[in-house]
Every structure is written in structure tokens, then in C-alpha cells.
Design a protein. Structure first.
Length: 313
């Protein structure tokens, strides 16, 4: 399916060096901010108090957030769970406070606006749990990278595998750099968004790589740069349809999903746009500079005498 067809090949690789230099500087800046400023981790990683409250009617989440904000909290989560009457509140543990003290203070603020609210459960989530979550998240990221590398190496060629992995890590590091620079809250949902971007970005790279292989077989007289430019041009319509429809859904979550989905959708938005950029300019350019050629993508056909010799042996 195509929205439009471009009759003339666009020379994407003409400015590959300049664009990748910009990507490299952006990547370095992202790494700098990650190490210099760190992340604004949610209580899922740092530990804190988890409260479960119940309302007689559908819980007014906006009023709950307003009440918690009025107590001086800026880093907290309020969301439904189970039913529309049940609410989970996550709070960072303040200095000199206990979970019991926090829950009493919050319940007083909630009862001031609705006397029907009841406290169902309160518990402390310690930093040790947060440490385990960080380790599991890093392991998940490592396994995803290894899986992508093996997949691309088996389906295409090791040069494409290296190019694809570097392009995907480029996207991930830049997303993390945004969160470090702006000190946006980094939660488990954001981590899930980062992992989703890895799979989403590699899909675009695979489509372009597959078209490059087809063009190598069809356009035997074309240079490597011409083959790559042609492959990217031929997949532009598909890229616009796929990424445009995905971005519309993510934009809906960003605008109407509320605080719970805000940073998750923000991570996906950054990943989608940088994923397009890296698949077109970073992955393809790196593969070109690594020396990808027709012989790497197409296995040579044995001559008749070689086949006969093998058969006689």
C-alpha cells in the first residue's frame, strides 16, 4: 500500500557524513547528561509508600491528585486499579516520616473532600526492590540487543547487524538523554517504552535492509550508494503510513492519557521520530561505510563443473 510514489531517487546518502556527525554529537551529549545529571527515578526504583484506597462511587482522580499536591508532594503517582472505585497512590518517603504517618496525613486530606474514602492497604516498598527492578530492566535491555543482533546477522549479514544495533542503541541513549536533561520522571512504564522503541525501530531497519537486498539482485549495474538511496526512497510511503498511524495513537495517549501515561507516551514519541531518522541515515550509512556490497547479500551460484565435481565426490 502506498500513499504516493516518488519517481526520482532521493540522494539520502549524499549528506550522510554531516547528519551522522550531528547524530554523534547528540549521542555524546545524551551520554554526558545521563552521567552528569542522572535520572529522576520514580518510587518504583527508589522506594516509598504504596496506598490503596476505595471510594463508594467512581474515584475522582483529579481531586485525589490535587489533595496530594496540596501536601507538598511533587513526585507521586495516582491511578485506578481493579475497578474505577479503587485507587493506588505511590508516594516517596520523606525525611523523618514513616509509611503510617504518610498514610494518615493523606487520608485526612482525602476525607476532607469525600468522607466515603476508605484505606484498604498501606505498605512500604524498600530501595532493595528498586535495585532489583533496575537490574532486571538492564538485563532485559541486554537480551533485546543480543536478540536483535543475532536476528539481523542470520537474516541479512553481520555488517547490517552491527549497523542496526548501533542505530537502535542510538535511539535508546537519546531517549534516556532527554529524560536525564529535563529530569522527567523515569518509571517502569518509561522503561517499557524504551524497550518498545528498540523493537519498533529495528522493524524499520529490517524493511530498508530487505529492500536493499532486493535492489542488489535487480539493479546489478548500480553502485552501493545508488542501491541504498533507491531502497530508502521506495519505502518512504510505507514509512509515512506506519509511523504516522502509530504516532497518532501515541499522541492520543500523550494528550488524553493523563499523568499515568504521559511519560510513557513521551518516550515513545521521541523514539518514533529518532527511529525514523536512525533507520534512514544512521543504519544505512554505517552499513555503507562498513563496506556492504552485492556479494555480501547474494550467495554466488556455483558453476556447472563445480557442481558436477562435488556430485562425483
Amino acid at each position: 500500500m502506498e500513499l504516493f510514489r516518488i519517481g526520482r531517487t532521493i540522494p539520502f546518502m549524499r549528506n550522510a557524513l554531516v547528519l551522522n556527525a550531528i547524530s554523534f554529537l547528540t549521542f555524546v551529549a545524551a551520554v554526558f547528561f545521563i552521567f552528569a545529571k542522572g535520572f529522576h527515578l520514580s518510587i518504583e526504583f527508589t522506594g516509598g509508600t504504596v496506598m490503596e484506597v476505595n471510594y463508594a462511587q467512581a474515584a475522582p482522580l483529579d481531586k485525589v491528585r490535587t489533595a496530594v499536591t496540596g501536601l507538598g508532594y511533587t513526585d507521586f503517582q495516582v491511578q485506578n486499579f481493579g475497578t474505577s472505585r479503587d485507587v493506588m497512590i505511590r508516594l516517596p518517603l520523606g525525611a523523618g516520616q514513616s509509611s503510617a504517618t504518610q498514610s494518615d496525613t493523606v487520608m485526612k486530606a482525602l476525607k476532607a473532600s469525600d468522607s466515603t474514602v476508605e484505606l484498604r492497604r498501606v505498605e512500604f516498598v524498600g530501595p532493595q526492590v528498586g535495585k532489583e527492578l533496575v537490574e532486571n530492566g538492564l538485563l532485559a535491555l541486554l537480551f533485546v540487543v543480543i536478540g536483535i543482533t543475532l536476528y539481523l546477522a542470520v537474516r541479512f549479514e553481520w555488517k547490517f547487524a552491527v549497523a542496526g544495533v548501533l542505530a537502535n542503541l542510538h535511539d535508546v541513549v537519546i531517549i534516556l538523554g532527554f529524560f536525564a536533561f529535563f529530569q522527567w520522571e523515569f518509571s517502569l512504564s518509561v522503561l517499557a517504552g524504551v524497550l518498545a522503541v528498540l523493537g519498533y525501530s529495528v522493524n524499520e531497519s529490517v524493511v530498508i535492509m530487505d529492500r536493499i537486498r532486493e535492489n542488489f539482485r535487480r539493479d546489478r549495474g548500480a553502485t552501493v550508494r545508488e542501491v541504498i538511496d533507491g531502497a530508502i526512497t521506495q519505502t518512504i510511503s510505507r514509512t509515512i503510513i506506519t509511523h504516522g498511524s502509530t504516532q497518532m495513537m501515541v499522541l492520543a495517549m500523550l494528550l488524553f492519557g493523563g499523568p499515568t501515561l504521559h511519560y510513557f507516551a513521551l518516550a515513545l514519541t521521541i523514539g518514533i521520530w529518532f527511529g525514523i531518522y536512525s533507520s534512514v541515515f544512521v543504519a544505512a550509512a554505517i552499513a555503507m561505510w562498513l563496506g556492504i556490497k552485492r556479494e555480501d547479500m547474494i550467495k554466488p551460484i556455483k558453476k556447472a563443473d563445480e557442481v558436477e565435481e562435488v556430485y562425483q565426490e
